[in-house]
Design a protein around this ligand. Structure first.
Ligand code: NAD
Length: 254
């Protein structure tokens, strides 16, 4: 019952890692979970899969200031407080050399993956301060720790959130707000199917084998393995940990 008496907001809550994390938080006794994502129908389906009256959902675009304000207000209205903020929504952009990378895609990826992290903390910190603290977890990537050719916006955005995490950790500390980032290697879900196709059009299976060969443990991560790390950082087991970057990558960045 590591999430007993805790209320969590999960962005990207209808996606692979977000939904699995919600499932795990519920199993560990979370008092309330607000799932937020772009699309109402996908959120409804995600909430249905969780089959719990401790789950609510709210459609919002994490890159928009007013939407982020609205999802934090919704969580407070519904559950009275926010103990855990899992800033997990993200997009991969396209796979193209930097000389051909489209400017509009670059701007979008930066807004969804990086600006959203500042906006989330901007609107949720005041509630956490009032409430005596909280835990913010940011999903970066191994792409936030090392470069990969042809994904300029994704790599840049995932490095950028380490800076946001550090500022959040330092500003949050006196209010008992902890901020940490997690850095998964490829996870076996929709986003990797899209990237495999982007790196190797028509040859996704081959691309997957190539990526797996680079990972010392020899395989992709599973959504629930990432959720387990988010659970640790959300729970009081990690109460002296802030400002930290957690690789969860089968040894890839070693
Ligand atoms: P996913 O595509 O299943 O989930 C991402 C979710 O974010 C989707 O449900 C999507 O609708 C949502 N989203 C996208 N744009 C949004 C916006 N503007 N506003 C609100 N929600 C938005 O993939 P995932 O693997 O579950 O991704 C979760 C996080 O993990 C992302 O930040 C991703 O970059 C990161 N990550 C993924 C992998 C991987 O291999 N899948 C590896 C490292 C890090």
């Amino acid at each position: 019952m590591r999430m007993k008496e805790k209320v969590a907001v999960i962005t990207g809550g209808a996606g692979g890692i977000g939904l699995e994390t919600a499932r795990m938080f519920l199993k560990e006794g979370a008092e309330g979970i607000l799932l937020t994502d772009l699309d109402d129908a996908r959120l409804k389906d995600a909430a249905k899969q969780l089959e719990s009256d401790r789950v609510a959902y709210f459609a919002a675009d994490v890159s928009k200031n007013s939407d982020v304000e609205a999802y934090s207000k919704k969580a407070i209205e519904r559950f009275g407080r926010i103990d855990v903020l899992f800033l997990n929504a993200g997009i991969e952009g396209v796979v193209k050399p930097l000389t051909e990378y489209p400017e509009d895609v670059y701007d979008k990826v930066m807004a969804v993956n990086a600006k959203s992290v500042w906006l989330g903390m901007k609107h949720v910190f005041p509630h956490m301060k009032e409430n005596g603290g909280g835990s913010v977890i940011i999903t970066s990537s191994v792409a936030g720790m090392q470069g990969t050719p042809n994904v300029m916006a994704y790599v840049t955005s995932k490095h950028a959130v380490i800076g946001s995490m550090k500022v959040g950790a330092l500003e949050g500390a006196e209010h008992n707000i902890r901020v940490n980032s997690i850095h998964p290697s490829p996870v076996d879900n929709r986003m990797m199917r899209s990237l495999e196709e982007g790196f190797s059009p028509g040859g996704a299976e081959e691309a997957k084998k190539g990526f797996e060969a680079m990972i010392p443990l020899g395989r992709y991560a599973k959504n629930d393995e990432i959720a387990s790390l988010a659970l640790f950082l959300a729970s009081d087991e990690s109460k002296f940990i802030t400002g930290a970057t957690y690789a969860i990558d089968g040894g890839l960045t070693t």
